[in-house]
Design a protein around this ligand. Structure first.
Ligand code: GDP
Ligand code: MG
Length: 166
């Protein structure tokens, strides 16, 4: 039997770590080379969940630049969930992620959204305050992640999967 499959779109500013989070989650790798994503890249991962049916996440990773525009309807079409990504060392990237969430609501009123505030390994350089994150946690799940160390990454995607499976 094929597992239930869900499309997940990565959304966030250029350079926040969208591509790196997917690489960490799907392939357990990290590269400090900055390879600009061209167009859209699609990866997938099957998740075995003890006591539940397995499910499959199909992760759509869009080129950073495009997310500065209104999210394209074509990219978002059919998405069940959004993984919003911000870079903890850049406060502006958090505003961008929240803006993208608002904009995407026109196309995807019911999509599940989880926020990853990435680059936790650079915590001493973070501009995003703990109080800001505490406030945000009232409206959506927020994870502090590092694609470099892997901290929080599995947890963020697992929470998405858990919410998708209902
Ligand atoms: P994208 O444009 O959102 O896809 O961002 P990338 O995944 O291409 O990452 C942009 C840059 O940030 C790259 O140089 C990555 O190596 C780096 N990066 C991504 N995630 C992390 C992280 O968790 N910690 C650190 N220190 N660097 C990261
Ligand atoms: Mg990218």
């Amino acid at each position: 039997m094929n597992p239930a499959t869900y499309k997940v779109c990565m959304l966030g500013d250029f350079g926040v770590g969208k591509t790196s989070l997917v690489a960490r989650y799907v392939r357990s790798t990290f590269s400090d080379k900055y390879l600009t994503t061209v167009g859209v890249k699609v990866d997938s991962k099957e998740i075995a969940r003890p006591g539940h049916d397995p499910l499959k996440l199909v992760l759509w990773d869009i080129a950073g630049r495009s997310t500065l525009d209104a999210p394209s309807t074509t990219y978002l079409r059919g998405a069940a969930a959004l993984l919003l990504v911000a870079d903890g060392t850049r406060e502006t990237s958090l505003s961008s992620a929240l803006n993208l969430l608002m904009q995407s609501r026109d196309t995807l009123p019911d999509a599940i959204a989880v926020l990853a505030v990435n680059k936790l390994d650079l915590i001493e350089r973070w501009e995003v305050a703990a109080t800001t994150l505490a406030e945000l946690r009232r409206s959506l799940p927020v994870f502090e992640t590092s694609a470099l160390s892997g901290a929080g990454v599995e947890e963020a995607f697992s929470e998405l999967a858990r919410r998708l499976a209902g």
